[in-house]
Design a protein around this ligand. Structure first.
Ligand code: MN
Length: 262
């Protein structure tokens, strides 16, 4: 079998250490092509650039010679679209986004450019996963990258078994542990983030008010079976995600409203 093609992107920018570590590990699994933003787009969510041209220029990744890599002025999801629509130069079998500097759990997925890049692939029918390091004192991207390579192999094998099925979309978070340490794996659902945003109001030099959405870093409920719970227990979290946002539990009640009032 021909080597599978893996498109790699991220939201921290093409030169981020997490992307370099990911590319070094994934090149053992398949033919890697990188299309990633030229700057940091963290917390950009899922964007589609429609009102300006997208640029993509080839770059050399110093620690990953021989890998075809592009940097783009587009968002993370734009980068994946560019890759899938032709820039990768061949059909893509798997998209991997990361390794993000910082966990992406719970409703972070709606803000996360890392996750948006993976979701863009799923929308296009290509299996994908997003991977984030709960970055702490070790910045151990290497172990997270080794896990990404193992997961990529597994996903490629699964997709080869059942071509044409709904694409797999996974969100992965890795605790930041020393390299020698064994880390468990939990399959989870999304947990509950607790945001601690606060409005910061200032006055500009012309006397007009402006605002920052500031506050403290978010926490979360470390419930068992959730992504937040897994990280709190020191384990890797893998969550299968789908893009159907329908609130199934409320369909029946809403139908009753519609029948009564309609
Ligand atoms: Mn980021």
């Amino acid at each position: 079998m021909e080597a599978p093609t893996i498109l790699v992107s991220n939201d921290d920018g093409v030169h981020a250490p997490g992307l370099v570590a990911l590319v070094q590990a994934l090149r053992e699994v398949g033919h890697v092509v990188v299309v990633a933003p030229e700057r940091n787009w963290s917390a950009v969510g899922h964007t589609k650039t429609m009102h300006k041209p997208l640029r993509a220029t080839q770059v050399v990744l110093p620690a990953a010679e021989g890998i075809t890599a592009y940097q783009s002025n587009g968002s993370p999801s734009d980068c994946v679209a560019l890759g899938l629509l032709g820039l990768a130069g061949r059909p893509v079998d798997l998209v991997v986004s990361g390794i993000n500097d910082g966990a992406n759990v719970s409703t972070d997925l709606l803000y996360s450019g890392t996750f948006a890049a993976a979701a863009e692939a799923a929308i296009a029918g290509v299996p994908a996963f997003a991977i984030s390091l709960d970055a702490g004192q070790y910045l151990n991207y290497r172990s997270a990258a080794a896990f990404a390579a193992a997961l990529a192999r597994r996903m490629l094998a699964r997709t080869a078994e059942a071509p044409g099925e709904r694409p797999w979309l996974l969100n992965v978070n890795v605790p930041d542990r020393p390299e020698a340490e064994r880390v468990g794996i939990q399959v989870t659902r999304l947990g509950t983030r607790v945001y601690r945003d606060a409005l910061v109001e200032r006055i500009d030099p012309r006397g007009r008010r402006y605002y920052w959405i500031g506050g403290n870093v978010p926490t979360g409920l470390a419930e068992e079976g959730t992504d937040i719970g897994a990280l709190a227990a020191g384990d890797i979290s893998i969550t299968p995600v789908h893009l159907d946002l329908t609130d199934e539990a409320r369909i029946e009640e809403l139908r009753a409203w519609a029948a009564r009032d309609g």
